[in-house]
Design a binder for this molecule. Structure first.
Ligand code: AHR
Length: 844
């Protein structure tokens, strides 16, 4: 058990009187519940091009030419001159999620997304989409290259890969493609070229195209490193040649499996030593339409026969990483498979549709047969397919989730139908029901072995919900928190910053404390191609060649690898520093609209720190987003981008008063933002006319502090704005009337817990310090008498809470381990500012 108590030694001045201290009283004779050895796992979904263009090592995008297929279950609504046509399913617009290059300007489908014709010199010819000569009926489209004349030029096709084809000097790549010809006798040349047409590999010449489909293989060896190359396949003679399933893989995949995984990304996941892998979704299993709900049968068997599908994240999924490959990966890294299946209801963030109850037969059968595919004897119909794929033994699928994020009224009867059939045939499997969007009173009797909950929240929420499950009714099924991540309020669009990681860690400590009811937890989403983001962050980022992990990755890894067998009592007596004043520069901005600002003054103790005169210049202003100019003596932001701000002043400013005039220009969008206390990545702002012009509120890194005030701003009217900062007190005035008076509480927080690792005979202590100051810590351990002379001290920390790793600086914030002297059952340690600290000590 852990408890956080805080005692403010505060005598009314802003100067710290004492350094922060904490006494941590650990009682090893007072054990908490045992933790599930498979508590920490991962959730692997096809989102952010995390699988296609990510973990699945295929480098050719639209290899089967099926990307010309319209999104399944959508209908085309033609445009009307001003509005382009759209593929719609109910109110769900495929293009709204289709961030990628599938659509022509009029909204119709492109014939060859991600492919282009190579026509150089005097060469003549064309590329055409062909459905008359299917390699496999599951993927009827192929590319027909017609070579009319070559002259002294070149004719062929090129593929841009997933945001670039990435090759590294010295590495080998396995090329394969299917081809057939008519009146074509010439060779084909395969290469990878940079944007200037310079080969990055030794080009390879292939002969022997006939009128029958044949698969061709070659190995390409890279001579130079290039992240944004393209794959080029050219013809050496006149005639017609058809291509399908054009594929390029790194010769080396994870565990060298054919049709395998990108080694760097798979290794990141393997290094987490996850207890389980939940796959393949999320929204992916629900689909945006019933036709695009995940059907595992489309994802097994030989690749040309796998049915590709337009996924809910706006791109077509190849299913190259299919049910077999997911199960194989679980086995390869020692993780228990957790399969999530479509339970008859599509995603409620899209076009929610239900399979009629009387037609649910195929949905139930798909679940039953998925289990047979994973576990059934090699003589059973679906077990045989698994055995033919190279795995006669069972994959031991023992965790099955029935649906994802089902809706309150419509989901429960479907869940019950599926669950009853599964339970009667496979009673030993644990079934999981997603309770994220269903209140217990609405669900009725929904039997489940585990209940899934999804938490996408801001750092403050996670730090204030460490006790979330303390009061859970222990008679209810235990919990699996399947999707957990900071998604707002960490002041970044990539998330996984040090602040996110520490707050997620505080929440995980609470889950360890309540391990009698919390059996499993996983972060989401896991993977993100930096070019393929679908509005979501990732825990691990990558491009076509490189990858890095966020601070959240390292924190979750430390929790997973340092899971105690059981927790022991840990009581804290925490004395934070006296809180410091709000300090930092000032700024102005808008959200989703245009706005103007003038007569800006910043004053402190009668001194003018800044006074604007935009008729002269805008010297010193630093725009971060938006489009800024001076119009009629006012500083105008004119783009409709969200969060367009410009800043001025010094990061050391404190206790100042800002006055200015501001107006919202035009009726659309919101009001205006007045920023203050902007230091590094952190900032406060007064959001005047925020949240769709419905309220005024003060926010720290977009998390509201104090109480919002309901109000609407008039467009095109100048308002007098005044903000007074005194220590941590914020007073905000509009046209002379006080709107807010907020005393910002100290943000400093400290969390700790302790547990026992039985095999190693170790005491495992975790501490999180979310404050800008180190905390001098004293540990008092009862119930253990013999301590090793030193313990392992691992610290994950950085100068700023907004710090994160990046492609340019992938190891900026990573754990560092040293040794700590342990003189006996009382020892001390300085817990650094902004840190997660892990201490492992052998003790009996
Ligand atoms: O993790 C991203 C998405 O969030 C998942 O697909 C879904 O379950 C949730 O809404």
């Amino acid at each position: 058990m852990f408890r956080v108590s805080s005692l403010l030694l505060w005598l009314g001045c802003a100067t710290p009187l004492l350094a922060a201290t904490v006494s941590i009283h650990i009682n090893a004779t007072n054990p908490g519940p045992r933790l599930n050895p498979r508590m920490y796992g991962i959730f692997l979904e096809e989102i952010n091009h995390g699988v296609d263009g990510g973990l699945y090592a295929e480098m050719i995008r639209n290899r089967g030419f099926e990307d010309a297929k319209p999104p399944e279950g959508f209908t085309f609504r033609p445009g009307n001159g001003t509005r382009p046509g759209r593929w719609m399913a109910g109110q769900y617009d495929a293009e709204a999620f289709g961030h990628f290059d599938y659509f022509n300007p009029d909204g119709t489908m492109k014939d060859f997304p991600f492919w282009s014709l190579v026509k150089e010199g005097a060469a003549q010819g064309s590329m055409n989409l062909d459905t008359n000569h299917p390699l496999d009926p599951a993927g009827p489209r192929s590319l027909r290259l017609e070579i009319d004349d070559l002259g002294s030029g070149r004719l062929g096709v090129a593929n841009e890969g997933f945001f670039g084809v990435g090759v590294a000097a010295g590495k080998k790549y396995s090329l394969s493609f299917w081809a057939r010809g008519e009146g074509f006798s010439g060779p084909l040349t395969a290469s990878v070229e940079d944007s200037g047409g310079v080969p990055c590999v030794q080009p390879v010449i292939l002969q022997g195209v006939t009128s029958q489909w044949q698969q061709f293989h070659a190995t390409l060896t890279a001579a130079k490193t290039e992240a944004k190359a393209r794959f080029v396949l050219t013809a050496g003679a006149r005639g017609k040649v058809w291509f399908d399933m054009v594929s390029l893989f790194p010769a080396e995949t994870f565990k060298n499996r054919p049709n395998g995984l990108r080694p760097d990304l798979a290794q990141f996941l393997a290094d987490l030593k996850p207890g389980f892998i939940r796959f393949p979704g999320g929204c992916v299993i629900e689909g945006g339409t019933i036709e695009t709900a995940f059907n595992w049968k489309d994802s097994v068997g030989p690749l040309p026969g796998r049915q590709e599908q337009f996924g809910p994240w706006g791109y077509r999924e190849t299913h190259g990483l299919g049910l077999f490959e997911y199960l194989q990966f679980c086995e390869d890294i020692g993780a228990a498979p957790l399969y999530v299946g479509f339970a008859g209801e599509t995603c409620h963030f899209r076009d929610v549709k239900d399979v009629p109850l009387e037609q649910m037969g195929w949905v139930v059968t798909n679940f039953l047969e998925a289990i047979q595919f994973a576990n059934g004897p090699a003589t059973s119909p679906w077990g045989k397919l698994r055995a033919e794929a190279g795995h006669p033994e069972s994959f031991h699928l023992n965790l099955v989730e029935v649906g994802n994020e089902g809706q309150a009224r419509t989901f429960p009867p479907r869940y019950q139908l599926v669950h009853a059939a599964l339970k009667s045939q496979y009673p030993d499997i644990s079934y999981i029901n997603d309770f994220s969007f269903i209140r217990r009173s609405q669900a009725g009797a929904e039997p489940a072995d585990l209940e899934d909950n999804h938490y996408y929240q801001n750092p403050d929420w996670f730090m204030t919900h460490t006790n979330l499950y303390d009061d859970r009714d222990r008679k209810l099924p235990p919990v699996y928190d399947g999707e957990v991540a900071v998604t707002s309020g960490d002041n970044s669009d990539t998330h996984g910053t040090l602040l996110s990681a520490l707050s997620e860690g505080a929440f995980l400590m609470g889950l360890e404390h309540d391990a009698d009811v919390v059996k499993m937890v996983s972060y989401a989403p896991l993977l993100a191609n930096v070019g393929g983001r679908t509005g979501w962050h990732g825990m691990i980022y990558f491009d076509s060649l490189n990858s890095y992990a966020t601070v959240s990755y390292y924190l979750w890894k430390l929790f997973g690898l340092n899971r105690p067998d059981y927790t022991v009592a840990a009581n804290l007596d925490y004395h934070p520093d006296a809180p410091a004043a709000i300090i930092g520069a000032v700024g102005v901005g808008t959200w989703n609209n245009s706005g103007e600002f003038k007569d800006i003054r910043v004053e402190k103790d009668g001194r003018i720190l800044y006074a604007s005169d935009f008729t002269k210049d805008t010297a010193g202003w630093r725009a971060e987003g938006g489009s800024w100019s001076v119009v009629d003596g006012a500083y105008r932001q004119s783009s409709s981008r969200e969060g367009s701000l410009s800043y001025i002043g010094d990061e050391t400013w404190s206790n100042y008063t800002i006055t200015l005039k501001a107006r919202k220009v035009g009726a659309r969008g919101e009001g205006f933002l007045i920023a203050f206390g902007k230091k590094g990545g952190d900032k406060y702002w007064w959001n005047v006319g925020g949240f769709g012009n419905t309220q005024h509120d003060v926010e720290l890194n977009q998390t509201i502090i104090g109480s919002p005030v309901r109000s609407v701003l008039e467009a095109n009217r100048w308002y007098d704005v005044k903000i007074v900062l005194a220590g941590r007190r914020i007073q905000c005035f509009l046209d002379g009337q006080q709107i807010h008076d907020i005393q910002v509480p100290a943000q400093d927080r400290f969390f700790a817990n302790a547990g026992r690792d039985e095999a190693g005979g170790e005491l495992v202590i975790k501490a999180i310090n979310v404050s800008p100051n180190p905390v001098s810590s004293t540990f008092h351990v009862a119930g253990l008498s013999q301590f090793a002379a030193q313990g392992d001290l691992t610290i994950l920390s950085s100068g700023r809470l907004s710090d994160n790793n990046s492609m340019a600086d992938p190891k900026k914030v990573i754990p560092v381990t040293s040794r700590l002297n342990i003189p006996g059952d009382t020892f001390t340690c300085e817990i650094p500012a902004n840190s997660f600290t892990l201490l492992r000590v052998k003790a009996r």
